[in-house]
Write a protein that binds this ligand. Structure first.
Ligand code: FES
Length: 88
């Protein structure tokens, strides 16, 4: 399950195995910020609050951002059953 906070509203949705977080939100009709969907533009950046993901591509983030928990929703696949993220 993915819990996300976007525009001050928190919701929980299911994420299919190997599905990217952005794909799951779009499948549920969530207007999640994105543009390139290929890991290059950083418009989908959000912060992971709990849980774990793996990113296919993280070139739009620097090391410090990754250490601080920022992820690209368009490139992140779940590694834990519960994930919580927050958009700024
Ligand atoms: S939408 Fe461009 S990096 Fe995710």
């Amino acid at each position: 399950m993915l819990t996300f906070t976007l525009d001050g509203i928190t919701k929980t949705i299911d994420v299919r195995s190997k599905e990217k977080l952005l794909e799951a939100m779009l499948r549920h009709g969530v207007n999640a910020p994105h543009s390139c969907s290929s890991g290059a533009c950083a418009s989908c950046v959000c912060k992971i609050i709990s849980g774990k993901v793996s990113m296919d591509i993280d070139l739009a983030l620097d090391e410090d951002e990754i250490k601080d928990g920022y992820i690209l929703a368009c490139q992140s696949r779940p590694l834990s059953t519960e994930i919580e993220i927050k958009y700024n």
